[in-house]
Design a protein around this ligand. Structure first.
Ligand SMILES: Cc1ncc(COP(=O)(O)O)c(C=O)c1O
Length: 397
């Protein structure tokens, strides 16, 4: 039988995505990650990396990655439990657990895998997962992989969270876990962990927080959203692919028995290669910097940059989502407009990306800008000037 129909269908779907202005092009970068990058043969300002502390291109972080590769080679050619656990994996697990203030940690190839692997081994059919409606795709996928009963609450709506907790209890749940992003990646809104903690205590629920867009720069010494809100949580998932060096790799911090159970049962851990030594070395150096005094300076600079950008953009007439997080969405609404805006910004020397469906809801397309400690005020002012010019040309302001 012929398979032409399949290929025709794929091409038609692509054409449809394009017709809706939803195609996400890949722009090729030919330099290190940083506030200034080389794109299309010229240098442009970069305002869309998750390089919050500016460590992705840091000489010390790169050197630590290189040194680890020299010592341990390119990788393990094995999953952890066969012959893939290196000394540097144990060092990194200890370092991230100590930094965030947990008993133990388990590494994954990505935070996507950490979120994909956490629920299924810990929560069965008798249990309930109560999940924020705006949670990252990887949490949603992880929840789907568990047999636990699912409940969803409207994002950051504490009355709805309480209603779902009540329902889960009424349904006879054995254990209940509330799952939330620490900061929501498309909006920069921080989860209301103080209120979530109080409800969790009232209804006897555990709390799982995904701190991918928090670890390293919010809370005491950058420990995370739970520290920022002054509460304890049961499980933190996070990434080394953003503030902590920007390489890649994920982790879960929890109690020692939880980590031990995950090491026996979490499928992305059991059936996927161990984190590469270079990634471990770079991440260790990033953690060292983040938890020291230099980290305090970087965090101060990051938030000063965010405040300057928010202030100037608001004054220029742009519609921003409120807050103080270094994720600063410039709301445009229309997907095609967001694409055109980003393309014009690149011509003006500023690399930003238009976000549209399915990454954000339909009709809420935006340019999600992200500040870095590596930006200078001059970079911020240049970006605002470019936004202002493009905004006037495209009728946004
Ligand atoms: C909230 C959140 N969770 C998880 C991830 C996945 O992280 P990683 O790139 O380490 O897989 C991301 C990255 O986009 C994220 O924003």
């Amino acid at each position: 039988m012929k398979t032409d129909g399949f290929h025709t269908r794929v091409s038609a779907e692509l054409a449809d995505i394009d017709a809706q202005g939803l195609t996400k092009p890949e722009r090729v970068i030919l330099s290190r990650q940083g506030p200034i990058i080389e794109v299309g043969g010229r240098e442009v300002l970069n305002f869309c990396a998750n390089n919050y502390l500016g460590l992705a291109g840091d000489e010390r972080v790169v050197a630590a990655g290189n040194n680890a590769a020299s010592a341990y080679g390119a990788g393990t050619a094995s999953v952890r439990f066969i012959c893939g656990t290196l000394g540097i994996h144990k060092t990194l697990e200890r370092a991230i657990a100590d930094y965030l203030g947990f008993e133990d940690a388990i590494l994954f190839a990505a935070a996507f895998d950490a979120n994909g692997g956490i629920f299924e081994p810990l929560f069965g059919a008798e249990d309930a997962i109560v999940s924020d409606s705006l949670n990252h795709a990887s949490i949603i996928d992880g929840v789907r992989l568990s047999k636990a009963k699912r409940y969803r609450f409207a994002t950051s709506d504490m009355a709805d969270l309480e209603a779902q907790l009540k329902q889960a209890r009424a349904d006879g749940a054995r254990d209940i876990v509330i799952a939330t992003d620490g900061a929501f990646s498309m909006d920069g809104y921080v989860a209301k962990l103080g209120e979530i903690r109080a409800l969790a205590d009232q209804y006897g629920a555990l709390i799982m927080v995904d701190d991918c867009h928090v670890t390293g720069f919010m809370g005491e010494k950058g420990r995370g959203s739970f520290s920022h809100c002054g509460v304890q949580v049961d499980f933190v998932t996070g990434t080394f692919g953003k503030a902590l060096g920007g390489a890649m790799g994920g982790f879960i911090c929890a109690t020692a028995p939880v980590v031990q159970l995950l090491k026996q049962r979490a499928r992305p851990y059991l059936f996927s290669n161990a984190l590469s030594p270079a990634v471990c070395g770079a991440s260790l150096e990033a953690i060292r910097i983040a938890q020291g005094e230099e980290g305090d300076e970087l965090r101060a600079r990051l938030f000063a940059n965010a405040a300057r950008f928010r202030g100037a953009m608001t004054e220029a007439g742009f519609d921003l989502l409120p807050g103080s997080h270094p994720i600063i969405p410039v709301m445009l609404g229309d997907a095609k407009l967001a694409q055109d805006f980003a393309a014009r910004m690149l011509e003006l020397g500023v690399y930003v990306i238009g976000f549209s469906f399915p990454v954000v809801p339909r009709g809420q397309a935006r340019i999600r800008t992200q500040m870095s400690a590596a930006h200078t005020f001059d970079h911020i002012d240049q970006a605002v000037a470019a936004f202002t010019q493009a905004g006037k040309e495209l009728g946004v302001i």
